[in-house]
Design a protein around this ligand. Structure first.
Ligand SMILES: Cc1cc2nc3c(=O)[nH]c(=O)nc-3n(C[C@H](O)[C@H](O)[C@H](O)COP(=O)(O)OP(=O)(O)OC[C@H]3O[C@@H](n4cnc5c(N)ncnc54)[C@H](O)[C@@H]3O)c2cc1C
Length: 388
């Protein structure tokens, strides 16, 4: 595995750094104006507004190494706020399985960040075991309209969304996975009720969504009826790799060292405390090992290999590392971390506890850790299930 960057890759990295620094947000200026200008300029660079889209759909068509460089540079840059649901999740499904009409209808607004989307997969009785979802979509006798009824849960940003991409059940017979249909419909219409769920960290990001007799024209169905599971599943490996957040963790770890270095302990700082130092060192070793795992899969992808079950390893270990960093940040802040935003003690400690509590979700969404372990056991270690 050759991890040295070529002259072309180094030139690309300089270009990315230059773009990020010359288009950085200037505090006190109109954020939304800056955001739309930023995406416009990124588009003019040749698809930098949609880095992961293929060239055929207006993306930059980067090599795996260029993607890696972009990812690393974004960890330290201030990028405009951007939810993953449209550009990162629905667009690839439209590219792979949507009709030409659907691509033309939905993709320009997704790319322009004009329409906010949310993901309606999980239900009160269907999380890890998603195939047991019950939200029902019944096709009318004339075959033109579905009527949708059911409840979705943990729907991130549903309260801000204009549209939802939703897994629904159209058949109860045969294999459970084969009766699932992928539908798109607007959120702002009668029959859709969004109820907030406030998380442990005190924020409102997730919701319960009740859907009652919502009519969805058949033109809003992606692909074939009953094939929604296949479309939704294809994306999961990519979603998981993205959730590993390795470059962000590298930056967060450096910050943690700086913060702990600012806390006095005896004649030195908390970073001189052997017990705390040992925890930081162990974290650093694990993060380095994970970074090399990512580089190994990058080398394989550069040589034409496909993304395999290592996405589960990266999701599992990457999110555990993020949680350990959040936990050590609380430890570094000591009693001040319990202050929940009160202006006492070191500044970094004020949001430490909220950050730590929010981090509990990292090992749940995008596929819970236990489920990732199952995938690794079966597909990497070759362990057969004990199920008969
Ligand atoms: C902050 C947050 C945001 C989310 N955003 C969205 C969203 O936008 N859209 C959406 O559709 N969903 C979203 N989700 C839902 C998320 O995908 C589910 O929470 C996740 O799939 C787990 O499902 P569950 O919560 O029903 O837990 P369950 O599946 O009931 O799991 C409960 C526990 O049992 C364990 N478990 C389950 N199955 C197995 C098994 N086979 N072997 C061993 N252990 C097992 C799990 O690991 C877990 O510890 C979000 C969740 C969170 C926390």
């Amino acid at each position: 595995m050759d991890i040295d960057l070529s002259a072309d890759d180094l030139a690309f990295r300089n270009d990315v750094r230059e773009f990020f620094s010359s288009n950085a947000y200037k505090p006190g200026t109109d954020y939304m104006a800056w955001r739309s200008e930023w995406f416009g300029k990124a588009a003019a660079k040749g698809g930098w507004d949609v880095p992961k889209w293929p060239k055929a759909f207006g993306g930059p068509g980067w090599s795996p190494t260029q993607h890696y460089i972009w990812e690393q540079e974004t960890a330290t840059a201030t990028l405009p706020f951007d939810m993953p649901f449209g550009v990162g999740m629905l667009a690839p499904i439209l590219m792979g399985y949507g009709s030409k009409e659907q691509q033309e209808r939905f993709m320009p607004d997704i790319r322009a960040r004009k329409v906010n989307w949310c993901q309606g997969y999980s239900e009160p009785g269907a999380g890890s075991d998603l195939a047991s979802l019950k939200t029902k979509a019944e096709l009318s006798a004339d075959g033109k309209t579905y009527t949708v009824n059911g409840t979705k849960i943990w729907t991130t940003a549903a309260h801000m969304a204009d549209w939802i991409f939703c897994l629904t059940r159209t058949s109860d017979t045969g294999k459970r996975q084969e009766g699932i249909t992928f539908l798109l419909f607007p959120m702002k219409q009668p029959g859709i009720e969004v109820k907030p769920i406030i998380t442990l960290g005190g924020s409102h990001t997730v919701n319960m969504v009740h859907i009652t007799d919502v009519k969805v024209p058949v033109e809003n169905r992606i692909g074939e009826e009953g094939q929604g599971w296949t479309y939704a599943k294809g994306l999961l490996q990519h979603e998981r790799t993205g959730l590993a957040g390795i470059s962000r963790s590298l930056v967060a770890l450096e910050k943690l060292k700086e913060q702990a270095g600012s806390i006095k302990r005896g004649n030195g700082s908390l970073m001189d405390d052997p017990a705390f130092r040992a925890k930081v060192a162990a974290l650093e070793v694990d993060l380095l090992a994970l970074e090399f795992t990512e580089l190994r899969s990058l080398a394989a992808a550069s040589a034409g290999g496909a993304l395999g079950p290592e996405s589960s390893i990266m999701k599992l270990k990457g999110t555990e590392i993020q949680q350990r960093i959040a936990k050590l940040t609380v430890e570094a802040g000591g009693i001040y971390s319990a202050g929940w935003g009160h202006p006492v003690g070191p500044k970094f400690a004020r949001n430490g506890m909220a950050g730590y509590l929010s981090s509990r979700a990292y090992t749940i969404y995008g596929g819970a850790s236990e489920v990732q372990k199952d995938v690794i056991a079966k597909n990497v270690l070759g362990i057969k299930s004990g199920k008969k």
